[in-house]
Design a protein around this ligand. Structure first.
Ligand code: BG6
Length: 482
């Protein structure tokens, strides 16, 4: 099976923050992969923009070095030379006048224009203003924004208001890279492309749903940002919320941007406020020679959580009575992200009490080893009595789809091409972001006002013991992080 590539139209993609980490690690390598795949046409240009004093040749060298570091195999092919011809650079002062006329002279009016703000959110407003002032952007231009999109409802509203002075909602692409992950999109394909699941997808048949996004890495070099954010702002308000929405939303009438986003918004608005007894916050502690959280962020009195587990209820007809358990954390025992939909037991066992209790579970593995698994109950083989066991029907997408389909594309490849195609389905709408903050704000404010400290967990473990209790007290159990 070979994946189809449909080339996009001519575009100018201006990357503000073109020398930054995200550009080097994700944006440029993703564009390069799309170029090699034949999706980026010859008349498409990437224009790196930053404060640094480079000419186009100097910037092209930086891009080559980044691609050799982050995409070494493809960089060794002859394609790199051709790709690099489509890269340009303009030095700009985001808040002053330097470089803006040069940029205005380069960006073509007859090509698709996309402006990627890979910079601090404090520059979103000034950049939008300058693009307008120098008549670089037009009514059909797109702007692409990276998270964090605010740190609470008020700041998110302020950002939305500033952007809306010059751009309409149809022009704004707010990235949540989880939506670009293949398996996250597969969640919609599985739910709405099969007859099998949807009739059972409700509180009558589903006991509970668990979502785990476990990371084995710590805060790495991002300690100062992370310590101001914590797991709730960094992961739950956006990535886990988006997963929750895709699992819980009603079937949209069509797979179009507003139809999908309207349904997601309804889920966020139906979330019950969270009770403090349904939240466990954790912070990883030193084990052996590994740095604990406090040392990693260089803040001995930090009360920021690097782990959070929550029990969430959705008050609507479909989900009343079926809890969603969410957990995410850093320095856990493995990198493992999955959604497990755990069905109820059969209403009556014809096999008697010896058969034990059994529940089907549908597990969607987001990463690593993207795939799906279904726990089915069958008869234990052998001549003995009728004993039941649970066995997995396991499907790794890489195996099922064959090697020709190639590696799973990075989320950014899909998302950047969607920007060029003008498809906002996998981007967050302003009202979604605000609704998500409205739900998380009261919880965070309560921690701040009460000065609550997270509980400690060992680096390399499955998180705090209290998070196990959160499930245990409801007679349920987290799946292993492995
Ligand atoms: C980012 C968070 O949005 O997502 C990081 O800021 C986190 O803290 C990352 O590590 C996780 O993304 P992924 O794709 O590696 O699961």
């Amino acid at each position: 099976m070979v994946s189809r590539v449909i080339p996009v139209k001519a575009f100018d993609l201006v990357v503000f923050g073109g020398t930054g980490d995200l550009a080097r690690r994700k944006i440029l390598p993703s564009l390069f992969r799309r170029f090699v795949a034949g999706q980026m046409p010859d008349n498409a240009y990437v224009i790196g923009v930053a404060r640094s004093e480079f000419d186009t040749n100097g910037y092209q060298d930086l891009v080559i070095a980044a691609l050799q570091e982050f995409e070494p195999e493809l960089s060794a092919s002859g394609e790199l030379k051709s790709f690099i011809k489509q890269i340009q650079y303009v030095q700009i002062d985001a808040q002053g006048d330097l470089g803006w006329s040069d940029l205005a002279g380069i960006v073509r009016k007859d090509a698709i224009q996309a402006f990627y703000f890979s910079v601090s959110p404090s520059l979103f407003g000034p950049l939008a203003e300058k693009l307008h002032q120098y008549s670089i952007s037009s009514k059909s231009s797109r702007i692409v924004l990276e998270k964090p999109f605010g740190r609470d409802l008020n700041s998110a509203r302020a950002l939305n208001a500033v952007l809306k002075e010059h751009f309409s909602e149809e022009q704004i692409y707010r990235i949540d890279h989880y939506l670009g992950k293949e398996t996250v999109q597969n969640l919609m394909a599985v739910r709405f492309g099969n007859m099998l699941f949807e009739p059972l997808w409700n509180s009558q048949y589903i006991d509970h749903i668990q979502v785990t996004v476990a990371e084995s890495v710590g805060v790495e070099g991002r300690g100062s940002y992370y310590d101001q954010a914590g797991a709730m702002r960094d992961m739950v308000q956006n990535h886990l919320m988006q997963l929750l929405c895709l699992i819980a939303m009603e079937p949209p009438a069509k797979f179009s941007p507003d139809a999908v986003r309207d349904e997601k918004l309804k889920v966020i608005r139906a979330l019950d406020p969270i009770n403090s007894k349904d939240i466990v916050r954790g912070q990883y502690s030193t084990v052996g020679t590994e740095k604990g959280y406090l040392e990693a962020v260089d803040n001995p009195s930090s009360k920021t959580e690097s782990f959070i587990a929550l029990k969430v209820q959705i008050s609507n007809w479909r989900w009343a009575g079926t809890p969603f358990y969410l957990r995410t954390g850093k320095k856990l025992k493995a990198r493992c992200s999955e959604i497990a939909v755990v069905f109820k037991e059969t209403p009556h066992s014809i096999f008697g009490p010896d058969a034990g209790s059994h529940r089907n579970a549908l597990v969607i593995r987001l990463q690593p080893d993207e795939g799906m698994m279904m726990d089915l109950t069958i008869k234990e083989p052998g001549p003995g009595g009728m004993r039941l066991i649970d066995v997995p029907l396991d499907m790794t997408f890489a195996e099922a789809l064959g090697p020709e389909i190639g590696a799973v594309p990075d989320a950014y490849e899909r998302l950047i091409m969607d920007v060029i195609r003008g498809n906002q389905t996998l981007f967050m709408r302003g009202d979604e972001v605000e609704a998500a903050w409205s739900w998380t704000d009261p919880v965070i404010n309560q921690w701040v006002s009460k000065g609550t400290s997270p509980v400690s967990y060992d680096a390399g473990s499955s998180g705090p013991e209290d998070s196990m209790m959160l499930m245990h007290r409801d007679g349920r159990k987290w799946r292993e992080i492995s």
